[in-house]
Design a binder for this molecule. Sequence first.
Ligand SMILES: Nc1ncnc2c1ncn2[C@@H]1O[C@H](COP(=O)(O)OP(=O)(O)O)[C@@H](O)[C@H]1O
Ligand SMILES: [Mg+2]
Length: 354
Amino acid sequence: MRVEIGFHDREEEIKELMNILDTRPDIITFVYGPINSGKTELFNYLIGKLPEKYKVFYINLRGVYVREADDFLKVLFEVEEEERTVREFLKVVIDALPRSVGGIPIPKSAFLRFFEGKEVENVFRYLEMFFKRISEKFIPVLIMDELQVIKDVKIDELLIYKLFNFFIRLTKELHICHVFAVTSDSLFIERIYAEAMLHGRCRFLLVDDFDYEETKEFLKRKGLSDEEIAYVWENVGGKPVYLVEIVKSEDKRKKVEEILSVRESEIRQRLKILREFGERISIYGEEYNVDYERVIEALSMFAEREHIDNDEIDEISKRYLVKLNILFADPVRGKIKTQSKIDLIAIRNILHAR
Ligand SMILES: Nc1ncnc2c1ncn2[C@@H]1O[C@H](COP(=O)(O)OP(=O)(O)O)[C@@H](O)[C@H]1O
Ligand SMILES: [Mg+2]
């Protein structure tokens, strides 16, 4: 049996994004949330709903290995076999643009010049010209998904700073293009949140797993009984990707048990490796030892609570657990929680069995 999942509304987030899109671009929007919480899905859906006057440039860095400028240029641009000059190219390309594209169109000759000459400044000049031209007829929307991929890439200085400057130029200064930067990496968001150059120039929007009400509604629509819904919520929580898996399975109870047990084993195994071999973690270029006992102490705080404050946990354990996607640090709210409800349940089971 094939179960159609479709998109589950996300009313609040859609409304917030539409409000942003309805007004003049003023600041950058950082969209953050745990992995698999539905950020990409939300934008896919939104793109499909936008009126004609918007043109979306959706660049997904997920799974892309960016080591230097070249790798970035390859994902950023959509190269077109074109003999025309940039000026002439732009004249025709703008009218032929579909509602959404996966890269910034550029004629091959210009791309090769950037590529061979490593002229990063000219790249941004081209981008600015491109968006200016688009904005004469349309409202451009630039979405960069999984932006943390390039967080450490250096071209003279960190590429990310050049990008932020460019985003500021498009929004705060020129008001010509909406900019959304999406990430699952909460340590990256923490860095952005503390970044002086972005103060007053960005907003943060959390896209989290479904809460209880949304989970209930989602599962009810898919025909699950109240009892089944309660079972799912108690054992897995509201991460959309798991809910979809459960809805699709014949034996829902078994699926729930399987998902939880897999997650529990993963965490157990990581802790076992830490205890037996130790782990190192790099913070601001310095290497530190991760201490097993302190990690357990940090996890123990979740035995009875769902959130803790940032200063209740040592920074090394925090970063270690965030990197493993067990914890999620929300710098905007100043709270740390588990990456998902399933991690909370798994941690409690593990602590209980000790
Ligand atoms: N609103 C939604 N309605 C239905 N399914 C969803 C929804 N959001 C996410 N999903 C499911 O969860 C999966 C992971 O979502 P995704 O958007 O890729 O997460 P993220 O980008 O936050 O890591 C999707 O492939 C989809 O199956
Ligand atoms: Mg995504």
